[in-house]
Design a binder for this molecule. Sequence first.
Ligand SMILES: [Mg+2]
Length: 380
Amino acid sequence: MNADLGQPITGFALWHLEVPVVSRRDHGVGSVAGACETIVLRLTAEDGTQGFGEAAAWAVFTGSPEASFAALDRYLRPLVVGRPVGHVGAIMAEADRAVAHCTEAKAALETALLDLCGRIAGVPVWALLGGKCRDAIPLSCSLADPDFDADLALVDRLRADGVGTVKLKAGVHGHAFDMMRLERLRQDHPDLAVRVDYNQALGPEDAEARVRDVAALAPDFIEQPVCAGQYALMARLRDAIDVPLLADESVFGPEDMLRAVAEGICDGVSIKIMKAGGLARAQRVAETAADAGLTAYGGDMFETGLAHLAGVHMIAATPAIMLGCEFYQARYYLAEDILDAPFPVRDGAVEVPDAPGLGIAPAPDALARFARHSMAKATA
Ligand SMILES: [Mg+2]
């Protein structure tokens, strides 16, 4: 293959997808049922090679899918079409200045650029991010179904598949329900690692008492009990409990991570390319956390296997992300994924692809079937 990274990018196409999901999920910040929405970007090089990226936006968490679509279509497209395939760093620096926030759109853009470069150069995306430090990433699956019996059935399936970690979404249906579920998991599955994530659900008046109760059942960690901006309260809660406190919504990019370290709000962090604004910035979050002695895992949004793959390659090249990943949606939450081959999970871990680019591409018929008619736009 002629690895011509100087050839121009000639195609920029977008899809706004509605991908059906198998159940309702209630999180502290909001609920998802029926389908999740996400944006897919396809870049095409002059030689016809294609690269894909996903902007998985959740309106209550990072931003809206409409904003991601508009950021890509109106503000980022002009930075990309006609530019050399290999100019990833320059394009991403310009993207940061072209539109504020819209971190999911920037993650999609960087993913598609790296996928394109990797496919043309014949190397996997992890090789473009510093090289591989692991071949597999342990998988954790979140439990957020208001029907706990359904979640218990999911746990049985997860255990049969070798998954050894679950995360209980808490703070939505009352403290008693949370404690009952945690106690039941402890009793029925004593060797299962359990994490607890509040997604900002608790108020300052009851947060300390509730996290103390939960900490007494010794989960691996408690994540983001209170609002993203309540740094001082996060620091107090961290001091009040013996189990690690993790930040998610409080830390989007490297700048937040620096402040989180300075103010001592957490023992670890959930790292997501959709929060950080790309794969390289997510690596910077991880390195900043590690330099301060904090742990990290790779989180996801409501997304397809395409965004999972971007996270997999990022984590594969980031030693500081030690606590595995939560890329469970493609396998355990979507009614049908959009990839043209199964998202690679084996024995409870995600396998890191070694094929060029992301290793797997979306199936064109899936993009067509899940496209929202009113927003679907695919231009070559
Ligand atoms: Mg979280």
